[in-house]
Design a protein around this ligand. Structure first.
Ligand SMILES: [Zn+2]
Length: 646
């Protein structure tokens, strides 16, 4: 058996990469029958080879859609995998491999199932698909190594994603947290500089461009950086600032200073013309020097109730001030011939729609709705009548928790802007740690994505830890597949994932993790509701018994066949081993037993710290430590000086 992969656009490196990926996997799958798989750039040479099945990889711009589209038509005489852009050809190649039985169960080659095939007739496949949404991606949060980031980028098109958002001008803080091992005293801290982060950002960009994936960048940080104050993380700063810099900071409670000491969370005095000039110049300079950035996020400071209270600022709604700056940025970009798209944010104060201003060139902009304060115990609710938006009161807002309240802001905004848009959501940013089984949060992701169309949103960017794989990567698996195809069925995806990951015992594993999810409470973990909560206490007691029983169950009695399922079994055994301490800690916290809660939480943190390197790609120790401290409420039990982040 000979298979030839050809691609005609010789200059297109993504097609060349797609061909090399197809060759690699087809070779592995058909190694048992000695199949020869080669890549050619000459159609004639491929056609001349007798008995050769030729598959051509092509860009077919004829597809009548902006969304990614691929077309797989391969029969006994060969055929093609075409896409409306190079990225879609690559996504089409991975989808073809999926149809042949490959399963990409997480970032990293060791979480891939590549079946051994002997029947070449299965190569004949026919499938044409247009992605359900345009924006399908993830945004870097948490703490990760360069390898974690590159493995995740490699995984993205395999799951149908098309976008990666590298947060900040330089993603320093996410890498520094890992390399400096900020939350793990058992590991020796390594040097890590802003220059290292810039280099890593370039490497990530290169890997994204190789796959023709869309790059989004920045977000917060402009406020400080535009007036010369470094803003790469959420840490306090004791930098000495000039009088001129101070005059540009927001005046809160009569003082112009860093908000609670943190530049990242400090707004500027947006009525000051020098601020508008510095801010807009900073954005335009960045866009001009980063032509690879497809979508540039322009956000104000993080946090809320930190806006300028000076006489002039108090005359305008914050959103109007924001839009004035965005319009200046647009004019300057147009003047310089730059077509970078600008993403603007509905978040905190900016959830309130504008009063007087309007975006003058809506095609430049993409609306991003970020319901950071939402509940994750249920999915977006569409049917209920939406409540009215409360009147805006400067520096005295409370954020909406209820999903209906969140959506009320979105709908009000949509009356002012009907251009491109997506949701930026946080299922895997904090809340997921509260779902001990990961089945619940996966279902919420599935149900939320199903509803985006009705919310008039064209996609989903997940603000998340890349190391969100304990006990498995089902949440990101479901997210990618559902964004690509809204008709994907949750139960089918889950079954398919568990069968591939756990083999013969998969149903027992699924039953256990489903029940563990049912007993979990994402919102409790995420600071919502009173800390003393008898219901959570009772459920965590039951979760503890459940995990104890499962750890002794038949699933662990036998070692599965194959390295992949052994890996997943090891991950699950490890998960059972530490999650019992977390179940105890949460139950005791919710029961008001503080001494016991302290002991259990310390045992939990100590266990995952000691074992971090063994399971490094799957559990973000920095982040679960930080969230359980600052959100769940274990801070008072912790002796360490962990960074504070709201
Ligand atoms: Zn002001």
């Amino acid at each position: 058996m000979n298979i030839s992969l050809i691609y005609m656009e010789n200059e297109n490196r993504t097609l060349a990469y797609a061909a090399s990926e197809a060759r690699e996997y087809l070779r592995r799958m058909f190694a048992g029958i000695g199949a020869s798989v080669s890549v050619k750039t000459d159609r004639q040479a491929a056609a001349d080879a007798a008995g050769c099945l030729t598959i051509s990889l092509e860009i077919d711009a004829a597809a009548d859609t902006r969304n990614d589209h691929f077309d797989i038509q391969i029969g006994p005489k060969g055929g093609r995998i075409a896409g409306n852009n190079a990225r879609s050809v690559l996504i089409g190649v991975y989808h073809y491999l999926y149809l042949l039985g490959c399963r990409f169960l997480g970032p990293g080659k060791d979480l891939e199932l590549v079946p051994e095939l002997t029947d070449t007739e299965c190569l004949y496949q026919s499938c044409s698909h247009t992605a359900s949404y345009y924006h399908r991606g993830v945004c870097i949060e948490g703490s990760e190594s360069l390898e974690n980031a590159l493995d995740f980028i490699d995984w993205l098109p395999k799951m149908g994603y098309n976008t990666c958002f590298i947060q900040f001008q330089i993603p320093y803080t996410f890498f520094a947290r890992w390399y400096r091992h900020e939350a793990n005293p058992y590991l020796e801290p390594e040097e890590f500089t802003a220059q290292d982060a810039a280099r890593y950002s370039d490497i990530m960009t290169e890997e994204l461009k190789k796959r023709d994936l869309l790059l989004q960048m920045v977000g917060h940080g402009w406020t400080g950086e535009s007036i010369g104050i470094p803003s790469m993380d959420w840490k306090t700063s004791d930098i000495q600032i000039t009088d001129r810099q101070r005059s540009m900071l927001a005046q809160v409670n009569g003082k112009r200073e860093f908000f609670r000491g943190i530049p990242m969370n400090t707004n500027l005095c947006y009525s000051n013309p020098d601020v508008v000039e510095a801010f807009s110049e900073s954005v335009v300079r960045y866009a001009a020097s980063h032509p690879g950035v497809d979508y540039l996020h322009v956000w104000l400071a993080d946090e809320c109730n930190n806006l300028c209270e000076c006489e002039e600022c108090a005359k305008s709604a914050p959103t109007d001030q924001y839009i004035r700056i965005l319009n200046v940025i647009d004019e300057k970009l147009t003047a310089r011939g730059l077509d970078t798209r600008i993403v603007f944010l509905l978040y905190q104060e900016l959830l309130w729609p504008p009063v007087e201003e309007k975006l003058k060139n809506p095609n430049r902009f993409v609306l991003m709705f970020a319901p950071i304060s939402r509940s994750f115990n249920s999915a977006y609710q569409l049917d209920e009548e939406l409540p009215p938006i409360p009147a805006y009161e400067r520096n005295h807002i409370t954020l909406p928790v209820n999903l209906g309240q969140n959506l009320a802001y979105l709908r009000a905004w949509q009356e002012h802007f009907d251009g491109d848009s997506f949701v930026y959501d946080y299922h895997l940013g904090r809340a997921h740690f509260g779902d001990l089984g990961y089945v619940h949060i996966s279902r919420i992701i599935n149900d939320d994505i199903a509803r985006l169309g009705k919310m008039k949103l064209n996609g989903h960017i997940s603000c998340q830890e890349f190391r969100a794989g304990m006990p498995n990567f089902l949440p990101n698996y479901v997210m990618g597949r559902k964004l690509l195809d809204i008709d994907s069925d949750f139960d089918e995806m889950t079954r398919e994932y568990y069968q591939a990951a756990y083999g013969a015992g998969w149903e027992n594993v699924l039953a256990y993790l489903t029940e563990l999810s049912r007993l979990s409470d994402c919102d409790y973990f995420n600071k919502k509701g009173p800390r003393t909560n008898p219901d959570v206490a009772e459920r965590m007691r039951r979760a503890r018994r459940l995990t104890d029983e499962f750890a002794q169950s038949a699933y662990f009695a036998e070692k599965p066949e194959g390295a992949l399922q052994i890996r997943f079994q090891e991950m699950l055994r490890y998960h059972c081993g530490y999650v019992v301490y977390l179940e105890d800690a949460l139950g005791e916290l919710a029961a008001g037993k503080t001494a016991e809660a302290k002991e259990s939480w310390t045992r939990f943190i100590d266990t995952i710290r000691k074992n971090e390197l063994k399971f490094q790609p799957y559990l973000d120790v920095y982040r679960i430590h930080e969230v359980s401290l600052n959100f769940t409420g274990f801070r008072k039990y912790c002796g360490c000086a962990a960074p504070q982040r709201m």
